[in-house]
Design a protein around this ligand. Structure first.
Ligand SMILES: *[C@@H]1O[C@H](CO)[C@@H](O)[C@H](O)[C@H]1NC(C)=O
Ligand SMILES: *[C@@H]1O[C@H](CO)[C@@H](O)[C@H](O)[C@H]1NC(C)=O
Ligand SMILES: *[C@@H]1O[C@H](CO)[C@@H](O)[C@H](O)[C@H]1NC(C)=O
Ligand SMILES: *[C@@H]1O[C@H](CO)[C@@H](O)[C@H](O)[C@H]1NC(C)=O
Length: 427
């Protein structure tokens, strides 16, 4: 009888895919698959009306470790839906249109570790997540998160809130998240972060705030998160950074500030970030950088300064970046590369200077770049190539759009192993 009912519902769903099922029920279950993993077979419960009905026997709740009920279109589930699943570890309810969840529906699943609720229609988080460590609430309709939303989620290590409509937080929104390691808030409408917001997340190592509308970063915010290793603020509206905004982040390894409105930086902005490995400053309005800007970044490997409005690079700007491997200065407005401007970049492998229009390259501009093997340059006039001593010691150079018609490569005294193939063919 049950089998017949299941089959019928499957058929119904296929015929009327847009129909909303108000309450999810196990009679809707379409398939149970036994999957052999490396360790032991796991029973995975799938209900997804795009999938063919496979197995018609009743399932044994006590052996099921993963449940996927996705793309099924129901607004809520009953309070007892997940009772008596002692082995359930992964529960994925993505893409269903869920609007409301009973408060205790997940709290009774003893081993639940991952809870996926992405692409639903939740406006609040009113439910208790029990022992869940990874919670995905991306692409819902969350707006204002109130005090103590996560106060019982003390085991949570990863919280994903991307793609909601979160504009503001109450100061105690994250109270209780004492184990939180990764917090992702990309693609929301966040304008500012209350000073004490991260007071309750001392274990945080990764914070993603990309694609919001932040204008300022309050220096106090990060005093509570000294373990932070990744701070991602790409694509906001940040125009200035206080000199001390980031100074407490002694363990920071990646700092993303690309796609903002920074026009200048204070020379102490990155002071204290001794462990930084990657710094993204591309796609800002940077016109000028104080020569001490990157003084305290001895471990930096990757510096992205492309797509800004830099007209000049003060000598000494890169002098302390002895580990730097990749420096991207493409698509700026550099008019001149002075002698010794890259001195100190002893580990540099890749230097990009394409897209800078006409640039005067001084004879000793590239001195000290003994490790550079890839150099991309803007279109150069033959005129500039006469100052060719500048290229001595470089191993491999790509010149974009170069006009080589009147240049005899064989007579050049510098070593260029690689040219853009198209240009070589035209010679
Ligand atoms: C369900 O699985 C458990 C554990 O393997 C077993 O002890 C129990 O007898 C099974 N119940 C049924 C109804 O098959
Ligand atoms: C969220 O907060 C904003 C501004 O404080 C308010 O206008 C809006 O009504 C709130 N939304 C909800 C769902 O409470
Ligand atoms: C949230 O907590 C803060 C700090 O205790 C308090 O000032 C604020 O009124 C609380 N908000 C609500 C809506 O209770
Ligand atoms: C570079 O300068 C030359 C002569 O000054 C000019 O003809 C040319 O258009 C300039 N190229 C660019 C890309 O600005």
């Amino acid at each position: 009888m049950t089998v017949l009912k299941v089959t019928l519902i499957l058929w119904l769903c296929c015929l009327t895919r847009q129909r909303e099922l108000d309450v999810f029920d196990y009679s809707d279950i379409l398939s149970i698959r036994k999957v052999d993993t490396e360790k032991e077979p796991v029973h995975i419960l799938y209900t997804n009306f795009y999938r063919r009905f496979q197995d018609d026997h009743a399932f044994n709740k006590s052996t099921i470790s993963r449940i996927f009920i996705t793309s099924y279109n129901f607004a809520t589930i009953k309070d007892n839906t997940f009772d008596n699943f002692p082995e359930l570890v992964v529960l994925n309810l993505d893409d269903n249109g869920i609007e409301y969840l009973p408060e205790q529906v997940f709290a009774k699943i003893p081993k639940l570790n991952y809870l996926g609720l992405k692409e639903n229609k939740l406006k609040t988080v009113n439910f208790d997540v029990g022992n869940v460590e990874i919670l995905d609430l991306g692409k819902n309709r969350l707006e204002n998160l109130s005090n103590d939303t996560f106060s019982k989620a003390t085991k949570l290590t990863n919280l994903e809130l991307d793609g909601n409509s979160i504009g503001s937080f109450e100061p105690l929104t994250f109270r209780g998240l004492s184990s939180l390691d990764v917090l992702s808030l990309k693609e929301n409408k966040i304008e500012n972060i209350p000073r004490d917001l991260l007071k309750f997340t001392p274990a945080l190592t990764q914070l993603y705030l990309d694609d919001n509308v932040l204008q300022i970063v309050d220096p106090e915010i990060f005093t509570y998160t000294p373990l932070l290793q990744t701070l991602s603020l790409n694509h906001n509206k940040i125009a200035t950074l206080q000199p001390t905004s980031l100074s407490t982040l002694r363990n920071l390894k990646t700092l993303n500030l690309g796609g903002n409105k920074l026009s200048t930086l204070h020379e102490e902005t990155f002071k204290g970030l001794d462990q930084l490995l990657a710094l993204h400053l591309e796609e800002n309005d940077l016109q000028h950088l104080p020569s001490a800007t990157f003084q305290n970044l001895p471990h930096l490997l990757n510096l992205q300064l492309n797509n800004n409005k830099l007209t000049e690079l003060p000598v000494g700007l890169f002098s302390k970046l002895k580990s730097c491997y990749n420096l991207d200065l493409s698509n700026n407005k550099l008019v001149e590369l002075q002698d010794g401007v890259f001195a100190g970049l002893q580990s540099l492998y890749k230097l990009k200077l394409a897209g800078n229009g006409n640039m005067t390259i001084s004879q000793h501009a590239f001195d000290g770049l003994s490790s550079v093997t890839i150099l991309t340059l803007p279109a150069l006039e033959n005129e500039d190539l006469k100052k060719i001593e500048a290229f001595q010691g470089l191993q491999e150079v790509t010149v974009q759009g170069i006009n080589l018609e009147n240049v005899k490569i064989g007579n050049m005294r510098f070593k260029i192993r690689y040219f853009d193939v198209w240009n070589v063919l035209r010679v």
